[in-house]
Design a protein around this ligand. Structure first.
Ligand code: AMP
Length: 273
């Protein structure tokens, strides 16, 4: 199976890490060639531009690819989006200079909009605008008098603020995605990546508690049903459960207050069905 990965840019390193965590790193560790075989599975990696990956997958040059949802949708590639990968998160937003009178997308009717996403801009803005083609530094276009507004990718919002721009809202949420031409053929590979992506979203919690606290602890861990094991100490049990990573810090003090002790939070390597 041929898999295209971004050769550079912000998706490259996390895509490599995902492959490594799935046990599919380069056969020769540290291999920096533009094409290399992976360990443990018949997968050949090709390193290409992130923006070219949707087309390569659509045309069957490669079987699968990892790239941004924004790039897949902008190119209207005829591919299957198999799995959101949990990195490269950003939003496609419309923004105007701070002093602009525009407050919402509709206020952009008839305005000139600079973007490197002409298709998504026309498709997602609810009004007609005049597109201004730029190749980079989109956020400078209003200041240079090239456009009234921009449509561009935003993650923290710092670049918009630094350039005196104000967001009018989000047109598209994006993150890295696994795409394939033939879903059936790519299913085993997608399952390997899914096991890692799911595992990263979870932590394994282990704690000891008095049996009398079990009901309250079960409520806190719901809807997951924990495993409960008797301990040698009379009246004490060990409780094990998977919890979403994002909930851990809220849960910890609550579990402690409910009687939990010796609480361990450990990462999960893979999660299969
Ligand atoms: P690059 O090769 O670095 O230009 O990567 C571009 C891709 O990274 C975009 O198409 C997005 O999918 C993703 N990305 C994530 N956050 C951002 C951001 N703040 N700005 C641009 N691209 C981003």
């Amino acid at each position: 199976m041929k898999l295209a990965l971004p050769a550079k840019g912000r998706l490259r390193d996390p895509a490599f890490r995902l492959l490594e965590d799935a046990g599919l790193g380069p056969e020769q560790p540290g291999d920096r060639a533009l094409a290399f075989p992976c360990r443990n599975a018949p997968v050949e990696v090709l390193l290409v531009r992130a923006a070219d990956i949707p087309e390569y997958v659509q045309d069957g040059v490669v079987d699968c690819g990892i790239t941004g949802i924004d790039l897949v949708r902008e190119r209207k590639a005829q591919v299957q989006e198999l799995l959101a990968l949990g990195f490269g998160s950003c939003r496609l937003e419309a923004a105007v200079p701070q002093e602009s009178a525009a407050r919402k997308f509709e206020d952009l009717a008839g305005a000139s909009v600079a973007t490197v996403y002409p298709h998504l801009t026309s498709e997602l803005l609810p009004v007609d605008v005049t597109l201004v083609d730029v190749t980079g530094s989109v956020e400078l276009a209003p200041r240079l008098g090239l456009a009234d507004a921009i449509v561009d990718l935003v993650s923290s919002g710092n670049t918009l603020r630094t350039n005196g721009l104000r967001s009018l809202g989000v047109l598209l949420e994006s993150e890295a995605v696994l795409i394939a031409g033939d879903e059936e053929a790519a299913r085993p590979f997608a399952a390997m990546l899914r096991a890692v992506v799911e595992a990263r979203r979870h932590r394994y919690v282990m704690l000891n508690a008095p049996a009398a606290s079990l009901e309250r602890i079960g409520e806190l861990l719901a809807p997951r049903v924990p495993s409960v094991l008797p301990l040698a100490d009379d009246g004490m049990v060990a409780v094990h459960a998977l919890v979403p990573s994002a909930d851990v810090w809220r849960l910890l003090p609550e579990l402690e207050a409910a009687g939990g002790s010796s609480i361990l939070i450990v990462p999960v390597e893979r999660m299969a069905a």
